[in-house]
Design a protein around this ligand. Structure first.
Ligand code: HAM
Length: 427
C-alpha cells in the first residue's frame, strides 16, 4: 500500500522540537499569570464572516490566505488564520462582556494561512496570543509591550528589536486616508500591483503594507500616519513611548508599521529578529478599539499581541526536558508486580520516573538508566524482593547500596512538594 504523506506546509512535532513548544507555553503561563491573565480555549473553526469583518476584506489574509470551505449544510466556515477575532467573538458571547471589568486573556494554538511555505512561514503555525479587553489606558499598552518583552527575556531571548507606531483612530484616520489617496493618485499607477491599484481607493492604508517591491518603492515618500494624528492619539502615543522609556525598553519608531490586519487603531508594534531570515517578525500586535463593537459586542476597547511559535522555536534551538528522577530496573520477572507498585508510589509522592518491563542484565539496565540521564537507578531482583529491599545506585558517583523498600523516597533524597499546589479546588 502506498504511504499517505502529510500536506504541504503542515508539520508533525516530536521531541525535542515539541519540548520547545511546551517550554514556550509553560513560560507563557508563568509570566502572564503574574500580570493577571487567564487562559481561554476557543474553536479553531469559525464562520467565515467573522474573519472577513474583523481582519478586513482588503487584507491578504482574507483575500488570498484563508482555508475556507462549505460545511455539510453549505455554510461557509474558515480555519482560523489568527486568534483575535475568535477571542473577541467568544468574549462577546460570554458573561465577561457585560461585567464592565477588564478581561486579560491568553490562548495558544494552531492557526492556518494558505501562504507560500518558506523558512519561518508555514500553512499551519502556532501562536501564543494575548488580549486585554475593556481598558483603553496608554499605560495598559505599555504594560502589554513590557509583558511581551519580559516573556521573551524569560525564554532567554534578548537579541530582538521592538518596532512601534501609532495608526491613529476613527477621528484622524479619514483625513490621513484622504492625504494618502491624493498622494497615490500622483504616482505612476502602472508601477503598483493590481491589488494596490484597487486598494488605492478602497483601503489606501493596505498599499503601505504591500510586500511587492514596486509598490514599496512608490510609497517611500508617502504621507506618514504619525504626522497626521489627532491630539488625543498624539497624547496617547506620547504616554506609551514615555512609559517604555522609563521602563528602559529599547524600541524603534517605525512609521511604516501598518500591520497586515485592518482592525488596528493607535498603538501597533512588532518584535523582529535578524537571525531567522526574511520572515523576521516573531511577534506582532496592537490596539483595536472598534473591533468588539464591529462584531456586535459592547463598545469595549482592546489591545493584544501574538507570538509566532515556529519563529521563536528557531531562535530557541534545542530545548531538552529535565531528566526524570529514577529508572526502576527489574532483574527478575517475579519482582515485576512489586516494582510497578513501588514506581506508582513514588510518582504519587511527586517523583518522576519510568520502569523497564523487560527483564535484562544489570549492565543493560544501567545502560538504559544512563541513556535516560536519570540521577538514580533503582534495581529490584529476587534477593531484594525476598528481603523487602531495593538497590539504589547514584548514577553520578556509581555508589550503590541496598535500602528498605519503605525508605526509597528518602534514598532518592529529594524533597518534592506535591504538584498542583498552585490551585484551589472546591469539591
Ligand atoms: P500577525 O502579525 O498576523 O498578528 O501574526 C503574529 C505572529 O504570528 C507573526 O509575528 C509571526 O511570528 C506569526 N506568523 C504569522 N503568519 C505565520 C506563518 N504563515 N508561519 C509562521 N508564523 C506566522 C496576528 O495574528 C494578530 N492576531 C496579533 C494580535 C493579537 N493583535 C492583537 N491581538
Amino acid at each position: 500500500m502506498s504511504k499517505i504523506s502529510r500536506i504541504k506546509g503542515f508539520f508533525d512535532l516530536f521531541p525535542p522540537e515539541s519540548t520547545a513548544y511546551v517550554f514556550m507555553e509553560e513560560t507563557a503561563r508563568d509570566i502572564f499569570s503574574r500580570y493577571g491573565y487567564q487562559e481561554v480555549r476557543i474553536p479553531v473553526v469559525e464562520q467565515t464572516e467573522l474573519f472577513a469583518r474583523s481582519i478586513g476584506q482588503e487584507t491578504d489574509v482574507v483575500q488570498k490566505e484563508m482555508y475556507t470551505f462549505p460545511d455539510r449544510k453549505g455554510r461557509s466556515i474558515t480555519l482560523r488564520p489568527e486568534a483575535t477575532a475568535g477571542v473577541v467573538r467568544a468574549y462577546t458571547d460570554s458573561p465577561l462582556a457585560g461585567t464592565g471589568n477588564v478581561s486579560r486573556l491568553f490562548t495558544f494554538g494552531p492557526m492556518f494561512r494558505y501562504e507560500r511555505p518558506q523558512k519561518g512561514r508555514t500553512r499551519q503555525f502556532h501562536q501564543i496570543n494575548v488580549e486585554v479587553l475593556g481598558e483603553d489606558s496608554p499605560w495598559s499598552d505599555a504594560e502589554v509591550i513590557i509583558m511581551l518583552w519580559t516573556y521573551l527575556r524569560a525564554l532567554g531571548l534578548s537579541k530582538l528589536d521592538i518596532e512601534l507606531n501609532s495608526l491613529g483612530c476613527s477621528q484622524c484616520r479619514p483625513a490621513f486616508h484622504q492625504a494618502l489617496k491624493q498622494y497615490l493618485q500622483g504616482v505612476d499607477h502602472d508601477g503598483l500591483c493590481s491589488d494596490c491599484q484597487r486598494r488605492m481607493s478602497t483601503n489606501p492604508l493596505r498599499v503601505l503594507d504591500c510586500k511587492v517591491p514596486g509598490c514599496r518603492d512608490l510609497v517611500m515618500d508617502s504621507p506618514r500616519i504619525n504626522q497626521n494624528l489627532c491630539e488625543n492619539c498624539e497624547i496617547h502615543f506620547e504616554r506609551v513611548v514615555s512609559m517604555l522609556d522609563k521602563a528602559g525598553l529599547n524600541y524603534h519608531l517605525n512609521p511604516n508599521l501598518v500591520r497586515g490586519l485592518d482592525y488596528y487603531q493607535r498603538t501597533t508594534f512588532e518584535v523582529v529578529s535578524h537571525d531567522i531570515g526574511a520572515q523576521s517578525s516573531v511577534a506582532g500586535g496592537g490596539r483595536y478599539d472598534g473591533l468588539v463593537r464591529a462584531l456586535g459586542g459592547p463598545d469595549v476597547p482592546g489591545i493584544g499581541f501574538a507570538c509566532g511559535m515556529e519563529r521563536l522555536a528557531m531562535l530557541l534551538g534545542q530545548v531538552n526536558q529535565k531528566p526524570q528522577d529514577f529508572y526502576l530496573a527489574v532483574l527478575h520477572e517475579q519482582a515485576m508486580d512489586k516494582a510497578l507498585l513501588l514506581a506508582q508510589r513514588l510518582r504519587e509522592k511527586g517523583f518522576s520516573g519510568e520502569m523497564g518491563f523487560q527483564v535484562k542484565s544489570v549492565k543493560a539496565q544501567l545502560r538504559q538508566a544512563n541513556k535516560l540521564g536519570v540521577k538514580t537507578c533503582l534495581l529490584l531482583g529476587i534477593d531484594e524482593l525476598n528481603k523487602g529491599e531495593i538497590q539504589v545506585k547514584d548514577m553520578a558517583t556509581g555508589v550503590q547500596r541496598g535500602v528498605s523498600q519503605d525508605d526509597v523516597e528518602q534514598a532518592l533524597g529529594l524533597n518534592i512538594k506535591a504538584k498542583n499546589n498552585n490551585y484551589l479546588r472546591n469539591g
